[in-house]
Design a protein around this ligand. Structure first.
Ligand code: GAL
Length: 419
């Protein structure tokens, strides 16, 4: 496996040299500060990109500024302080969709990258729908590096066999097998810190509402106080009964570990969990770990995309443009994604470089109904996401679906999302 990655990086390095050409190593120097939450276990894919960048621009000193905390829970707060304080990093991780548009673009903090997209041929390399999510009528505001899937259920096939159960196809199935698992001392569903409750909620709500109503919720056509949404909260409350009590003190990796070491049967997490299990834990997809669409969401791909932009006032603009060019390239994308558990956002990616999990995700992405993630910035702006985290905190204590539905309506109005 190690040897495979070594060969892969040599091949990618060579193709990158062709892409950025000899003129690329031009006289770029100074620093490049890349700001993200891909620290520690989440780091290898980003590091592979940085290695490629350094090969192309040896005189640039790359500052890999990471702030730990899944889904950017800590990084986004620091970013806000820096952006508002007039001290932006050169480039920062931001989710495609409302997290970018409804926050930083709205505040007029980003540079338009339309020129870069056109000159790089990216108007054809990326799906039109994705470009739309990164843009407004005034420009295109970031470069996508991947497509992640949010609604995935993870398990260990050998453990399910031992416990005599199958992966549940819907939440009713899950609620039927969960008490039996509990009797055997197994946690039915591993959960981690609060943002992962938001993550679980979006999969449960998607199955309860269905894709059309999920979309309607975000276009303001379905009220948060509607019976449909109350039902989604009710189901979520039932599912929570079968999660671990120490959830709030665990990272998403620790919740995944619970599944891997047999303390828990399942985990609903984005496919960065595949990256963690394959790249960090060296497990083999299908053999060592298994997956399915989260219960009741077969045929729907809830997606999110990580992207990087160029903030106005970035201290090292030319270095950043070279970074963005690498991110959007085929070589950069195919170096990053096989390690990350995501698929390339480009239409021409080389799928032979990807493992069976990612190949199946790419296949689903091509044929499933696509909807956007809440927990990872596609459908709601940051104001709403922060407020939703508060609503979730309240629900985790009160378990009151009516109250959560009403609070949801209030924060939708407050954040301008009710129409
Ligand atoms: C998501 C991000 C993923 C992964 C995950 C866990 O928001 O898009 O790339 O980092 O958080 O931290």
């Amino acid at each position: 496996m190690k040897c495979f990655f070594k060969t892969l990086s040599i091949v990618l390095l060579l193709s990158l040299t062709v892409i950025i050409g000899s003129s690329s190593a031009e006289e770029l120097s100074g620093e490049l500060e890349i700001f993200s939450w891909w620290a520690g276990d989440e780091g290898p894919a980003l590091e592979a990109l940085i290695t490629l960048y350094k090969a192309g621009y040896p005189k640039v000193e790359v500052v890999n500024a990471t702030i730990t905390g899944g889904s950017g829970i800590n990084a986004k707060a620091v970013l806000k302080t820096r952006m508002l304080g007039g001290n932006p990093p050169d480039s920062f991780q931001v989710h495609a969709g409302q997290e970018l548009i409804g926050t930083w673009v709205k505040a007029d903090r980003m540079e338009d990258l339309t020129g870069l997209f056109k000159e790089s041929g990216w108007m054809e390399s990326f799906p039109q729908d994705l470009i739309k999510l990164l843009g407004t009528d005034k420009g295109i505001w970031s470069v996508p590096v991947n497509i992640h899937r949010s609604n995935v259920l993870w398990y260990i096939p050998a453990n399910l066999e031992k416990w005599g159960i199958d992966a549940p196809e819907n939440w009713d199935d899950f609620l039927a097998i969960a008490p039996k698992l509990k009797e055997q001392g197994v946690v039915p569903l591993a959960l981690a810190t609060n943002w992962t409750a938001n993550h679980l909620w979006e999969s449960v709500a998607l199955s309860s509402l269905g894709a059309d109503k999920w979309d309607a919720l975000w276009s303001g056509k379905l009220d948060w106080t509607s019976e449909d949404v109350v039902k989604a909260w009710e189901l979520f409350g039932k599912v929570l009964e079968f999660t671990n009590e120490d959830a709030s003190s665990l990272s998403w990796q620790q919740a995944t570990d619970m599944v891997v070491n047999g303390q828990a049967a399942f985990n609903v997490m984005g496919d960065w969990a595949a990256g963690y299990m394959s790249t960090t834990l060296k497990m083999e997809p299908k053999k060592d770990y298994g997956w399915a669409a989260s219960p009741g969401t077969e045929g729907v791909f809830m997606f999110l995309a990580d992207s990087f932009g160029l903030p106005k006032g970035a201290p090292h603009r030319a270095n950043t443009l070279a970074w963005l060019k690498l991110l959007g390239s085929k070589a950069g994308s195919d170096a990053f994604n096989p390690l990350k558990g995501s698929i390339s956002a480009r239409l021409d990616s080389d799928l032979s470089l990807y493992n069976v999990y990612s190949q199946s995700a790419a296949d689903d992405f091509g044929k499933n109904r696509i909807v956007g993630s809440l927990a990872h910035g596609v459908v709601a702006n940051e104001g709403f996401m922060n407020d939703f985290a508060t609503v979730m905190g309240m629900f985790l204590k009160s378990r009151n679906p009516q109250q959560a539905a009403q609070a949801g309506q209030a924060i939708a109005i407050q954040n301008g999302m009710d129409e």
